[in-house]
Design a protein around this ligand. Structure first.
Ligand code: PNS
Length: 171
């Protein structure tokens, strides 16, 4: 049996376009059991994100400023190589529903094949956030729905600024 590391570093990767309270709940819980949690914001221009990688990372930094063992960074290329470069032995991913599982399992197995020394750890989203996704949040706010409680207030404002700038949105 291997020796349990005392200094556990984990990477929490994602697009975070934008962050939701589901992501933040996971960060809070994960930061409680690792020594250092690196939030890796994917530089995924091909997905045509609403916010640039710098904007997404800045919002994330603002949202996690209160956690002293959480840092925010961006990456492109292979996730496992990024994790290795950060000296991380864990990749943390959140699972909301069974529908997430298949894709996540595939990625975890591929990542294990690429780097067997890096383990993927799945955390269950809390019930309150099990239906929240960045994609749905963007769709609902675009269509005039209320996203209060699903994202931090400053993120809601950033979404309104980005989506409704031309309408001089007042909130
Ligand atoms: O928030 P997302 O979009 O669900 O996050 C997906 C992410 C960043 C975990 C995934 O796209 C990823 O790992 N991208 C990096 C490229 C890579 O390593 N691909 C092979 C994964 S098996």
């Amino acid at each position: 049996m291997g020796q349990a590391p005392t200094h556990l570093v984990a990477v929490y990767p994602g697009s975070f376009d934008p962050i939701t309270n589901g992501h933040l709940d996971l960060i809070e819980r994960a930061s409680g059991f690792v020594s250092r949690l690196v939030v890796g914001v994917l530089r995924n221009e091909s997905k045509q994100p609403l916010f640039t990688v710098e904007e997404r990372a800045d919002m994330m930094r603002q949202a996690v400023a209160k956690y002293s063992n959480v840092e925010v960074d961006s990456f492109d290329g292979l996730l496992v190589e990024y994790a290795a470069a950060k000296n991380a032995s864990l990749i943390v991913r959140g699972i909301r529903a069974v529908s997430d599982y298949e894709y996540e399992l595939q990625m975890a197995l591929m990542n294990r094949k690429l780097r067997p020394d890096i383990e993927t750890v799945f955390m269950m989203a809390s019930e309150a956030h099990s239906f929240v996704s960045s994609r749905l949040v963007k769709e609902v706010i675009k269509l005039g729905g209320d996203i209060g409680g699903l994202v931090p207030p400053f993120v809601e404002q950033r979404l309104k600024d980005r989506l409704f700038a031309h309408r001089a949105w007042k909130g």
